[in-house]
Design a protein around this ligand. Sequence first.
Ligand SMILES: Cc1cc2nc3c(=O)[nH]c(=O)nc-3n(C[C@H](O)[C@H](O)[C@H](O)COP(=O)(O)OP(=O)(O)OC[C@H]3O[C@@H](n4cnc5c(N)ncnc54)[C@H](O)[C@@H]3O)c2cc1C
Length: 285
Amino acid sequence: MNRQDQLKQIADPSFLWDILVIGGGATGLGIALDAVTRGYKTLLVEQADFAKGTSSRSTKLVHGGVRYLAQGDVKLVREASIERGRLCRNAPHLVKNQTFIIPIYNQWDRLKYTIGLKVYDWISGKLTLGSSVFISRKKTIEALPGVKADGLLGGVLYHDGQFDDSRLAINLVQSILEKGGCAINYTKVTGLLKNKEGKIDGAIVEDTETMVKYGIKAKVVVNATGVFVDDILQMDNAAAPKSICVSQGVHIVLDKKFFPSSHALMIPETSDGRVLFAVPWHDKV
Ligand SMILES: Cc1cc2nc3c(=O)[nH]c(=O)nc-3n(C[C@H](O)[C@H](O)[C@H](O)COP(=O)(O)OP(=O)(O)OC[C@H]3O[C@@H](n4cnc5c(N)ncnc54)[C@H](O)[C@@H]3O)c2cc1C
């Protein structure tokens, strides 16, 4: 990966790219890789480093959509399971099988999560990472040190994937370049170009290290800027209404000694209605 070589490729203002992707997170990189492998002349620009946005700050779960099952969205669970299987196959060096345990304190939850996770296994079919099982109170306490023992009946253990989100992003960049595409970090879109009919046909891209600006012409411009999507839309139309409503989660990184387990803890609903995970991650949790 040589950034200077990549910059040379965008120096010619008359060059017409098939696709310009704005945003070097999971979405933009996935789109760029898909495009370049279909033979399109593809350029991706990222204003910071690759995966600097949400794509390096996820909970690192390649889940088959267990949360969507609770909402009854079986189609989405199936789709997520297929994607999980695909990622395990394509990037086995970045995805690992992670066991999760839901502590159970009443018979209703035991029934609900045992059956629910069996359905989850069943929907995943051949792509399942392992069967879910109800484990005893003793085994749950051994597996989840510090779990509230008072009233504990046992736990439901199930399998999902864990992955390294930023390394996956870097591997995607490498694949884009190997396939002949161009992906440049620290290049920010500061404006859009339009043809005589007012149709977007490119963008102004600024190298944020040198402040040099480039005019990029492209047949298609893809806005893959995540939570910044409206900033780009407003470059097209300053009066464009907000199109997304952002949501957020909180990650607290603690020493492994706080939760010395190889299993992850999953609380499907806290007293204030959140989903809570305690997930081992390197020597932290
Ligand atoms: C708390 C939390 C936990 C999550 N956990 C998981 C999980 O465990 N598993 C999972 O699969 N998903 C998870 N997700 C969802 C996942 O992280 C996101 O769906 C994904 O990262 C979105 O990627 P993106 O490429 O759309 O956005 P981003 O990663 O934000 O990428 C957008 C990029 O666009 C760039 N950009 C913006 N403006 C410009 C510009 N003008 N010019 C050039 N570049 C620009 C930004 O710098 C940024 O890098 C989680 C999300 C949150 C919030």
